[in-house]
Write a protein that binds this ligand. Structure first.
Ligand SMILES: [Zn+2]
Length: 373
């Protein structure tokens, strides 16, 4: 039995999702996608770094930097256990679209340049530098072959490195302190320069395109094929980069209901609304997230209850259930309690979905074409 609060929350979630779901194309079947961003990206490098940030007074308690970190082998293995347990109507397991970052800053080289040049290392090299991560790429590929973990392209680095370098050059104390702990954090104001394809001037766009092309090169070298979908860091991107995405073989743009187009000012965007499977002038289609599952963002909220209501709305309107569930929810490298909660809730969510909708099946975003009406 649901409590009164849960009923109210369900209703609110259902109605909010329905606002998105009434528009756009429909799909033939009940399909569930779990779109999970940030795999391969660093955030906070260790529990000791969290402590150092706290002692420095960097207000980390409410930040994603409190829990988010490069996923460890344990994190991947425990996540895979949960995904494999639940099967869709086609007998295939629950599948995550793992939106991945291809590179992280090379802190030593950047420092050696006096913070004037950006240098990166491939994400697979970062795996080798962390203590419980050396086998990560093998695990990713195992997840891919078991049909539970499908990497897609989220960016070369999850970083607006121009803005970050500028602040470092200005000798910003918090940014330099975090830099020395191998993190791009700098306190709560700037959102840690995560919006890689936001720009200060339109002149930044050609360089962004080069970065994207270089990122795709790493993706193809690593996985032997391109990424058919793309999700912009922080949902910020200019339509001017879309031809480059198309050239790389992208056919689907993942996102929330609005694309946040840069204006030249951080955190100020011109939203463009998109509907499911709408096709733009380049022939790229938009996939719209209509369900949210982010246990790490709020410990008190009943995420399973609200997400199930959103799935119900998606299916009512013949839309795919596209669940937004960032990597942070499944990371226990810094605090195992964070991962335990996320995985427990994911387990309940997947069990509830397969029980309530036995005809539903799980796919990744790159497979969407086959299901359009
Ligand atoms: Zn992201």
């Amino acid at each position: 039995m649901k409590t009164k609060n849960q009923l109210i929350q369900s209703l609110k979630s259902y109605l909010a999702a329905s606002k998105i779901n009434t528009k756009g194309k429909s799909v033939k079947e009940k399909i569930v996608l779990i779109e999970s961003d940030d795999w391969g990206a660093i955030r906070t490098p260790s529990a000791a770094a969290v402590k150092a940030f706290e002692q420095k007074g960097l207000e980390i308690a409410q930040s994603i930097y409190r829990n988010d970190a490069l996923e460890s082998q344990d994190d991947l293995e425990l996540l895979f256990e949960v995904l494999s347990k639940h099967k869709g109507s086609d007998g295939q397991p629950a599948k995550m679209t793992a939106n991945a970052i291809m590179a992280n800053p090379d802190f030593d080289k950047i420092k050696a340049s006096g913070y004037t040049e950006f240098h990166y290392e491939k994400f697979t090299d970062t795996f080798q530098k962390y203590p419980n991560h050396g086998n990560n790429l093998t695990l990713w590929k195992q997840g891919q072959s078991e049909n539970i973990f499908q990497p897609q392209f989220h960016g070369r680095e999850h970083l607006n490195y121009k803005r970050w370098l500028r602040v470092l050059q200005q000798k910003n104390e918090a940014a330099l302190f975090c830099f020395d702990h191998n993190a791009t954090y700098s306190g709560k104001e700037d959102y840690s320069f995560m919006e890689a394809y936001d720009w200060d001037s339109k002149d930044d766009i050609p360089e962004q395109i080069q970065v994207i092309e270089d990122g795709f090169r790493i993706f193809k070298d690593t996985f032997g094929e391109t990424s058919k979908s793309f999700i912009a860091p922080c949902y910020n991107w200019d339509p001017m980069i879309e031809p480059a995405l198309k050239n790389q073989g992208v056919t689907w743009l993942q996102g929330i209901s609005s694309q946040l187009v840069p204006t030249g000012v951080f955190d100020r965007y011109d939203p463009i609304r998109h509907r499911f499977a709408e096709e733009n002038h380049l022939g790229l289609r938009y996939n719209v997230r209509n369900c949210i599952f982010e246990p790490s963002m709020n410990q008190q909220r009943d995420w399973v209850n609200s997400c199930l209501a959103q799935v119900a709305s998606a299916f009512h309107w013949n839309k795919p259930a596209v669940i937004c569930a960032h990597r942070i929810n499944f990371v226990g490298y810094i605090d195992p309690k964070n991962r335990d909660r996320g995985l427990k809730d994911l387990d309940v969510l997947l069990r509830s979905i397969t029980k309530k909708w036995p005809d539903a099946r799980f796919i990744s975003t790159d497979q969407l074409d086959a299901f359009l009406n």
